[in-house]
Design a protein around this ligand. Structure first.
Ligand SMILES: Nc1ncnc2c1ncn2[C@@H]1O[C@H](COP(=O)(O)OP(=O)(O)OP(=O)(O)O)[C@@H](O)[C@H]1O
Ligand SMILES: [Mg+2]
Length: 666
């Protein structure tokens, strides 16, 4: 008979399963125990076979091999014309998913989900459409008399009801071949009889049934009985009165199969749901696991936020110095051997030459000194600054009383004085309007024409607690210091010009005038860069400490995931028996790890916001924590990554479990 003929003719003539010279051995410590000896067996489509034998005779072992849950040590097992030993783990899973339906003595239902969802699990892995899935699950449960128990969880059902749920699950994907290991073993005789009736009906509809029992009365009801003793088949006979069915069970999966992608999404969703259930079942443990992640993420985000906040505060202070300024000071740079205590070499003409450049908006020469200042009977050491008329523009300071200097003040060397709020407090504590009052600077009298607004710790301002007086730099040069030089000047640069370019142009200009680089030059931008670099370094430092906390947190996650896999080994076995791929199991645990970490990350970010709010309240007006979206996104990605990295090992352990081993553990 050729293959062609055999396919088109009655299927029952073609062996569905063929076992030849099958041997199964187990390792028990040093010893190797042979459990099945030279089994030869052929099972045809549509048969109802009972495997009977004493406890320990090897029934379950044979059944597991037939159901592709386990592999033979030697010999061959052919199913649907394929040699089982040559199939990959995922191909075996496909066989279990699409053709086998397992019924176990102890039901092996998943405890966290409803009867309907339990029944639907195999269809999730087979890629059945979700509405078709629940519809079919409910229909199967109704057919088995459980219409009112659809939403019950397994622990809300009796043993017989649970066994019927597991039968419905076996039929979910069609279940052409039903493998039942002691299906009535845990049931009372009435429920056991019900289950047998269901199995006989299924056989009449064309399902091939292979069941294991140690009860001869149950075995009598089957079409064929195979008796095993100590791993040998000792009898194999047919019940002549049995009505063999020539029907074929309808194929379910072909009607409802979804695209590979939406099936993948479906399985992802199922894994997601299972992860949430697992996390809900162990709330405290989940929270403690997350703690490391929460602390790590919260510290990274807060540190970056606080760093940005203080940076912004410093930068606002700098910008009160003028947005784009370049300061040139006399004397060789610090550390230069030519530097002397009194390096007088910067002249008002240098300042003027710079002021003439097209990219320079204004220039304010400055010359500083410390002198005793007297007003009536109050005498105090003060710093005196000789400044240009544009001083206020360049530094961004403002007057609250009186007026500033003008061109005439500079040209005529007027003895006018502007005082800061500190000086006002020192000398004019009881005089609300000091304008017009005369102060003695050393022995030179000066008239107050303006008062500066208070500047809270402004950057580049003289020491906050010594009073500061300003006068035209020309007056200062001739009347107070008696010099032809200025100490420094500040140039306000056009904002469209890069401060680095302006700096080098000004530097070249003065170098050519002096014939030496006997001056120091700095721009506000380089100060900004220095501050940015400093805060960046600090952030990096503290972040690396936070990263250590994240790694410790990740190890905690890994530890808990390993525990979780151990706890749920039985569930993994059930999922594998109904046809979950290794990747499905892997996905489920990986998603759980990632979910724990993402949740930890989100809580960490919220905690950081809480801390920031607290700091903002304590810090008052001047200090605000600034959250950078980059650091938040990075924290989020980082926690996800930790989940993947530290969840990988436990998830792979779960996926690599042997289905039989996993099922036998409780
Ligand atoms: N993983 C294993 N490692 C070592 N020995 C095993 C393993 N699984 C089964 N065995 C041994 O194989 C033999 C057959 O076991 P099996 O479970 O097939 O018996 P059984 O016929 O199903 O018995 P029961 O009616 O009690 O279920 C037993 O002696 C058992 O100890
Ligand atoms: Mg057994």
């Amino acid at each position: 008979m050729s293959n062609q003929e055999s396919n088109s003719n009655a299927m029952s003539d073609v062996p569905l399963m063929q076992v030849k010279g099958l041997i199964k051995e187990f390792k028990a410590g040093e010893q190797i125990i042979r459990v099945l000896h030279d089994i030869n067996l052929t099972i045809n489509q549509g048969e109802m076979v009972a495997i009977i034998g004493q406890s320990g005779s090897g029934k379950s072992t044979l059944m597991n091999i037939l159901g592709c849950l386990d592999q033979a040590t030697a010999g061959s097992y052919t199913i649907f014309g394929q040699s089982a030993s040559q199939l990959e783990a995922d191909e075996l899973a496909k066989l279990r998913r699409e053709h086998f339906g397992f019924i176990f003595q102890r039901y092996h239902l998943l405890g966290d989900i409803s009867a309907r969802d339990n029944v639907a699990v195999p269809a999730v892995y087979a890629g059945m459409d979700s509405s078709a899935r629940s519809e079919r699950a409910e229909q199967l449960l109704t057919d088995l008399g459980l219409a009112d128990k659809i939403n019950n969880r397994p622990n809300q059902l009796s043993g017989g009801q649970q066994q019927r749920v597991s039968i419905a699950r076996a039929l979910m994907n069609g279940g052409d071949i039903i493998l039942a290991d002691e299906p009535t073993g845990a049931l009372d005789s009435k429920s056991g009889e019900d289950v047998m009736q269901i199995l006989r009906n299924l056989n009449a509809q064309g399902h091939t049934i292979i069941m294991v029992t140690h009860d001869p009365k149950i075995a009598e009801q089957a079409e064929r009985v195979i008796e095993i003793k100590d791993g040998y088949i000792i009898a194999d006979y047919k019940n002549e009165h049995y009505q063999h069915s020539h029907l074929k069970p309808e194929s379910i999966l072909e009607q409802h199969r979804k695209s590979a992608f939406s099936s993948f999404i479906d399985r992802l969703f199922e894994a997601f749901k299972m992860s949430l259930l697992a996390m809900r079942a162990h709330k405290m443990r989940t929270l403690l696991t997350m703690l490391g992640i929460i602390i790590g993420i919260a510290s990274v985000v807060s540190v970056v936020g606080i760093g940005k906040g203080s940076q912004a505060q410093i930068l606002t202070n700098i910008s009160s110095l003028g947005t784009n300024t370049i300061t040139v000071s006399d004397g060789y740079p610090y550390g230069d051997p030519r530097r002397q205590y009194n390096d007088d070499n910067l002249t008002p003409q240098d300042a003027q030459a710079v002021a003439d450049q097209p990219y320079v908006i204004s220039v304010s020469p400055q010359i500083n000194s410390n002198t005793n200042v007297r007003y009536r009977n109050i005498q105090e050491a003060a710093s005196i600054s000789g400044v240009g008329k544009d001083y206020l523009d360049v530094t961004g300071e403002t007057l609250i009383q009186g007026q500033g200097f003008d061109e005439q003040s500079i040209l005529k060397r007027t003895q006018d004085i502007i005082i800061d709020d500190n000086a006002k407090r020192t000398f004019f504590a009881d005089k609300p309007n000091p304008i017009g009052e005369v102060i003695l600077i050393g022995s030179v009298p000066g008239r107050v024409i303006g008062v500066l607004a208070a500047n809270d710790g402004g950057f580049g301002r003289g020491s906050a607690d010594s009073p500061t007086l300003y006068m035209p730099y020309t007056t200062m040069m001739s009347r107070i210091k008696g010099t032809a030089y200025i100490g420094s000047f500040v140039a306000l640069i056009d904002n469209n010009i890069s401060s680095a370019a302006a700096e080098s142009a000004i530097s070249d200009l003065i170098k050519s005038r002096h014939g030496a680089d006997d001056f120091r030059i700095r721009n506000s931008d380089s100060i900004r860069q220095t501050i940015e670099a400093t805060t960046a370094t600090l952030t990096l430092l503290i972040s690396s400490i936070a990263i250590i906390s994240l790694i410790v947190g990740g190890i905690g996650v890994m530890n808990i995931m390993l525990v979780s896999v151990t706890e749920r080994t039985n569930e993994i076995g059930v999922r594998m028996a109904v046809g979950a791929r290794q990747s499905d199991i892997m996905q489920q645990f990986l998603i759980e790890a990632v979910l724990v970490c993402i949740l930890g990350g989100l809580l960490g970010i919220s905690l950081a916001f809480g801390i920031g709010e607290l700091i903002n309240r304590v810090g008052g007006e001047s200090f605000k924590v600034i959250y950078s979206s980059t650091s938040i996104i990075a924290a989020f990605l980082c926690s996800t990554l930790i989940g993947v990295v530290f969840g990988f090992l436990p998830a792979r352990n779960a996926a690599k479990l042997d289905p039989v081993d996993a099922l036998s553990r409780d």
